[in-house]
Each structure stands twice: as C-alpha cells, then as structure tokens.
Ligand binder design. Structure first.
Ligand code: ACO
Length: 377
C-alpha cells in the first residue's frame, strides 16, 4: 500500500534506517564485524573491555588506554544504596528483566550526567552504566535468593567480576574466558529491535538511561533476547538426548515456533552461533553436563533438515550459560550485560548525528464518519 509515495514494509524488513560505523553485518555470507574487526577474532583474542573500548572510542585500545578504561569501569561498579534498597522492595519472584528495566531508570536518577547528551557525557555514561548494569543484575539475584549482594572485586576483569558477584566464588579461567567471549558476541548487532528502540528514544533528544531502559524492554521478548531462556526451557522439556526426535516431530506437527532458530538477516548462518557452539561443547563437557550440548546438536540437525532453519546466537548460548551455572531466567539479563556496550555506542552515534526517527503508518481503519454523541450510540 502507498502513503505519500512510500510503501508499507512489514516489520521494516530490509529497510535501512541509519548509517553506522559500529557493526558490519553481512547476512548473505553470515559474516559480522565490529568496526572492521571480525567477530571471531574479537571473541577469541580480545576481552570485553577491549571490545567496549573499540565500540565507544572507535579503535582498539593501546595498553594505557585499556588500563584507563579498566580503572573507570572498576570505579563505577558500585551501585547507589537507593537502588539496593529498591531491589530489596521488589517482588522476589519478579522477572529479572523487569527489575533490570526499573534499575536502569533508577540509575538515571542519580547519574551526574543524566540529561547531558554531549558526546563526552554519553561516553562517560556508557562506561558507568556498563559497570553498574552488571552489579544491579547480580545484586538483585542475590537479594531475591535471600542473600546479601556480593561487593564488586577490584582485582577482577568485567566478566570475572560478574560471575564473582553472582555466586560469591572466584570463577575458573575457562569459565571467565567463555563468559567474556559471550559478552563480546552479544555486544553489538546493528539495528536489532532493542538497539533500534534505543535509537528511536534518543532521536527525540531523550537521554541514555531512558533509551537503555527501553532497550531492556525490547530485548526481553522471546523473539529477541528472550529466546535464549526459551531455548533452555525447550532443552529441559526434552530432557534426554533420546527424546529429541519425538520432540522435533511433535513440534513440527504442531507448527511450534522453535526458539533459537531463524533470523531476520542471516540466511546462510549466524556466525555467532558457530562460535558459541564450540564454547558450549567445551563448557558442557567440563561441567559434566554434556547431554545439553548433544541435545542441542541433534535438535539443530533435525530442525535444519526438516525446515532449513539456522540456529541463531541464542541457540548455543543456552547450553553454554546453563553449564556455566547461570540461572535460566538470568540468560536475558546476561545478554543485556553484553549488549549494553552496543546500545550505548549506538546512542552516542545517534546523538552525534541526530534526526528524529518518525516513520509513517498506513491507515486501514473505517472511513471518515460523523461523530455520534453518547446518548445516540
Ligand atoms: N520456528 C519455526 N518457524 C520459523 C521460525 C522458528 N524459529 N523462524 C522462522 N520460521 C518460519 C516462519 O513460520 C515463516 O514461515 P512461513 O513463511 O511459512 O509463514 C518463515 O520462517 C519466516 O518467518 P518470520 O517470522 O516471518 O521471520 P522474521 O524475520 O519475521 O522473524 C525471528 C525472525 C523472529 C528471529 C524468527 O525466526 C523467530 O521467531 N525465531 C525464534 C525466536 C528467536 O530465536 N529469536 C532470537 C533471534 S536472535 C536475537 O534477537 C538475539
């Protein structure tokens, strides 16, 4: 349908709505790079802090620059006591993504740069919010379990500190590497639904915390970041490797939407899924829970053969996160803990070259008609 010369494109599929220097997503060839660096190399060879620096500042950091960012992130880890109090007041069985959305809004109330949308202030806020988001997720998890939050550990990197704040125990090197690489793989992904949401919000000249709260809300949905949690619930429902075939047949017959499969842009394969698959294999083996990996591989094979659907990033991250001991309902908050780097980098980019995002809709309701007063209806 036409509206003043433009065409309705459902779901904005294929629509280009921004220029970006952050993420080069080649869906046809299944390739992904952040600022020119291939995702595979970044996940293997860089830390999340280096990747965040790359996204915020434009280049990989030199050693002194990385040290400065590490100091800034570490210094920003503590969350305001008002937020801790608020977390204590929230329902214990509340969805952690709802809590996270509220936490981001609360952090916006005390940030010294809250309404300053300049480039420098946005980068300062990006650093603070990335550090605080991790602390807020872990503090809420501890509080809902009747435990005290674990204070951040200054000697640990971002990924290691996250796992430490979650469990109170210092994580092993293999777990830290897998978690750190996962944060990198989730850090940025062009105009996915949540990043688009953050850009739309700041395009009104609103601020970073408001936008990130909106991004958290968009990420939560099962068609987006919520899929990882749904994948794990599927694997738990299947239960054993021997049940995969029967489950797949039933799911296909019922025309179920298979979580963790399919992607709007990747048609040849999601490069992040391939990397996560290897990490899941290793982590499941090391945790003594190899069956989750085996089930995932078999499900991948059966669904691929039956429907030609590819696994997306959330498919293999589910058995990986599960075997790292991350509670299933924290999978999406963990994705947010990685994506915060990309959300904030996109917000910086949008503010630096802003135009209000305001698409049109085709009106398909009733034709113009006379108003009927209440007593005449
Ligand atoms: N299970 C079953 N069928 C599927 C799936 C799936 N996971 N994904 C796509 N299809 C089918 C659809 O039924 C549709 O078939 P039809 O043309 O016969 O009706 C066709 O493939 C196209 O699907 P759409 O939903 O139109 O594709 P779209 O690009 O709008 O959606 C999406 C992409 C949302 C990711 C979809 O593949 C999906 O729902 N996947 C499951 C949820 C998921 O894993 N989301 C995570 C995405 S990655 C991320 O956000 C971090």
């Amino acid at each position: 349908m036409d509206k003043e010369g433009s065409q309705l494109i459902r779901g904005l599929e294929g629509v280009v709505a921004a220029e970006t220097q952050l993420c080069d997503l080649d869906g046809a060839h299944g390739r992904l790079a952040y600022r020119g660096y291939d995702i595979d190399e970044l996940a293997r060879l860089a830390t999340f802090e280096e990747v965040a620096y790359l996204l915020w500042y434009g280049e990989l950091p030199k050693s002194a620059q990385l040290d400065a960012l590490t100091v800034a992130l570490t210094a920003a880890r503590e969350i305001p006591k008002e937020l801790v109090q608020a977390l204590r007041l929230m329902p214990r069985d509340g969805d952690p993504m709802r809590v996270l959305q509220a936490a981001v809004a609360i952090l916006g109330m005390s940030d010294p740069d809250t309404t300053d949308n300049s480039h420098a202030a946005n980068v300062r806020k990006a650093v603070r919010l990335t550090a605080q988001l991790a602390t807020a997720i872990c503090a809420h998890h501890r509080i809902r379990g009747g435990l005290e939050p674990v204070a951040p550990a200054t000697g640990l990197g971002h990924a290691a500190n996250f796992l430490y704040m979650l469990t109170g125990a210092r994580p092993g090197a293999a777990a830290v590497k897998a978690f750190d690489a996962s944060l990198t793989l989730y850090a940025e992904h062009e105009l996915n639904a949540s990043t688009f949401t953050t850009r739309a919000i700041v395009s009104t000249q609103s601020d970073m915390h408001s936008a990130v709260a909106g991004g958290v809300g968009a990420l939560k949905g099962p068609l987006h970041g919520g899929a990882g949690e749904a994948v794990m619930r599927t694997l738990l429902e299947i239960g054993e490797v021997a049940n995969v075939d029967a489950f797949t047949q039933r799911a296909l017959a019922e025309k179920r939407r298979l979580m963790g499969f399919g992607h709007r842009v990747y048609k040849a394969g999601d490069p992040r899924a391939a990397i996560l698959r290897g990490m899941a294999e290793q982590a499941c083996r090391e945790s003594g829970q190899f069956k989750w990996y085996e089930m995932a591989v078999q499900l991948h094979d059966r669904v691929g053969r039956a429907k030609g659907l590819i696994p997306n990033v959330d498919f293999y991250s589910a058995p990986l996160f599960y075997s790292l001991g991350i509670p299933v309902d924290l999978f999406t908050p963990v994705i947010a803990a990685g994506r915060i780097a990309g959300w904030t980098a996109n917000i910086v980019e949008q503010h630096d070259d802003n135009r209000l995002i305001r698409p049109r809709a085709d009106y398909v309701g009733p034709k113009r008609r006379p108003f009927v007063p209440l007593n005449g209806r």
